[in-house]
Design a protein around this ligand. Structure first.
Ligand code: MN
Length: 382
């Protein structure tokens, strides 16, 4: 029997030629990749910086780290390109979703994650607008597509202006990297306060996707550790950033000042939510003399009410809702990424939910997503 789920974690991988329409002096500073003739790695150029990314050798041994485009053993570049092209074709994508039993989707940008390496405001604005026009057009093809805006983060005023524009285009959510661009203060700093006000005023959600910390030049994407345990260490490392971002927004009072501001953390599991809530309350009470600003309620209450998390395979994530009482747990497919559930979504959904209280199952598969995006129509009955 097919069961349906909304996805709090999906992706679009934009064509690189989107930037071609921009003037040369801007285009040359936006992300572009050049493959090394050996095929072993590619170099990504962004705003005068260079980054290297190892390319999977296919059919290949998986390398010891998992970037967001990691591909399993046995898949080739062609498999990857086919999946990307199909995902960018709205009608093909909807057929894939129907086959898999996925209904609405939060769709994250691909090239947008490089915004955190753009330091020139004019370049950041032009690049974000091109990506946003592309996904606005894509989003218009189905009410099931909830595309994330990309924000120009080189300066806060540009980001606020883009949110105002995005609201007029019908965007419901904007992507933020889990950490601001290099050299800028972190999310708890007052510098970003206008951004939180703009999100709330626009009724737009914040979407943090794990693994989106700014990279330093010469740092390979997703590669923090080498040596024994490197693959697992690198994968787990990517999950901490979303937790840190949420802690910052709660501790600095942003969620207290903006009660309608809601935050989604995608692909990072869910049981961390109740754990962090306990830790924050402990700090808030036991170190109360040093706490600044004071909040109207305990930190845990902001987390339980205004923060949401999506997971794809983690069996403990269901218990964050059923056993720990965090209602804001969403499932996510990670489509079209190869580490997601494409091809085995029904199996995964049945394994996760068949033995779960139907109300909890429905909340995680459908209800929490609907609460964030009430304008998305409901899926067919199971
Ligand atoms: Mn994802």
């Amino acid at each position: 029997m097919k069961i349906w789920a909304n996805s709090g974690d999906s992706h679009i991988i934009e064509p690189m030629n989107l930037f071609d329409r921009l003037p040369d002096h801007i285009k040359e500073r936006l992300p572009r990749t050049v493959k090394d003739p050996s095929g072993a790695f590619e170099t990504i150029y962004v705003d005068g910086l260079e980054f290297k990314r190892e390319l999977p050798q296919g059919p290949r041994k998986k390398k010891g780290f998992g970037g967001i485009n990691a591909r399993p053993i046995g898949t080739t570049d062609d498999d990857f390109i086919t999946r990307v092209i199909n995902g960018n074709d709205a009608s093909h994508r909807l057929r894939d979703l129907d086959d898999e039993g996925v209904w609405g989707e939060v769709i994250y940008p691909g090239l947008g994650i490089w915004q955190f390496n753009i330091r020139t405001p004019e370049v950041a604005r032009a690049g974000a607008r091109v990506l946003n026009e592309f996904v606005a057009h894509f989003q218009s093809k189905s009410p099931r597509f909830v595309c994330c805006m990309t924000l120009p983060l080189a300066d806060v005023d540009s980001a606020v202006a883009e949110i105002k524009w995005g609201r007029e285009q019908g965007f419901l959510i904007a992507f933020l990297p889990v950490k601001p661009p290099a050299g800028r203060p972190e999310w708890h700093d007052d510098e970003w306060a206008p951004l939180w006000a703009a999100f709330e005023e626009a009724g737009m959600r914040i979407g943090f996707h794990i693994g989106t910390e700014p990279m330093a030049p010469n740092q390979r994407q997703g590669l923090y550790y080498r040596g024994p345990g490197g693959a697992v260490l690198n994968y787990v490392e990517t999950t901490y950033g979303g937790q840190r971002a949420v802690t910052q927004l709660i501790a600095c009072g942003a969620l207290d000042r903006h009660p309608d501001l809601k935050v989604l953390v995608s692909e990072g599991g869910a049981t961390w939510g109740p754990f962090l809530a306990d830790r924050m309350d402990e700090g808030y009470r036991q170190h109360g003399a040093a706490v600044k600003p004071t909040l109207k309620r305990l930190p845990s209450q902001y987390l339980y009410e205004q923060v949401y998390a999506s997971f794809q395979h983690d069996s403990s994530a269901v218990k964050a809702c059923s056993a720990m009482g965090w209602q804001n747990v969403l499932w996510g497919s990670d489509y079209p990424h190869f580490e997601g559930t494409f091809g085995h979504t029904q199996k995964t959904l049945h394994e996760l939910f068949d033995d779960v209280d139907p109300a909890v199952s429905r909340r995680i598969r459908i209800g929490a997503f609907q609460e964030l995006f009430p304008s998305v129509p409901a899926p067919p009955a199971d």
